[in-house]
Design a protein around this ligand. Structure first.
Ligand SMILES: [Zn+2]
Ligand SMILES: [Zn+2]
Length: 99
């Protein structure tokens, strides 16, 4: 029996005899651009590649407007902000209560 060691590129799963060849293979793959229109309130997103820019933007805006209509924009934005680690939503500082 014979143990065979080979290195697989994590992207295209092609096998290589050396680690550096596999890393070189991984590095030569182009990056994939992802474009999403995100609702700034709940963080829900629409894939622009799928929906087309116009429709994705429209859907994200509609979502934002719906939050606004429900009066939940501020509260939900803050929640989304914390849940996403600050990558989505918006931080509204808590309002100071006047006493
Ligand atoms: Zn590869
Ligand atoms: Zn939303």
């Amino acid at each position: 029996m014979k143990i065979e060691i080979y290195y697989e590129c994590p992207i295209c799963h092609q096998s290589w005899a050396t680690q550096s060849a596999a890393i070189a293979c991984r590095n030569q793959h182009p990056v994939i651009e992802k474009k999403w229109a995100n609702c700034e309130v709940c963080g829900q997103g629409w894939n622009i590649t799928y929906w087309g820019e116009k429709q994705a933007v429209e859907l994200a805006r509609k979502c934002e407007q719906e939050h606004e209509a429900k009066g939940e924009t501020e509260e939900l934005s803050r929640k989304t902000f914390f849940l996403s680690g600050g990558t989505k939503g918006k931080y509204y500082p808590p309002r100071k209560e006047s006493k």
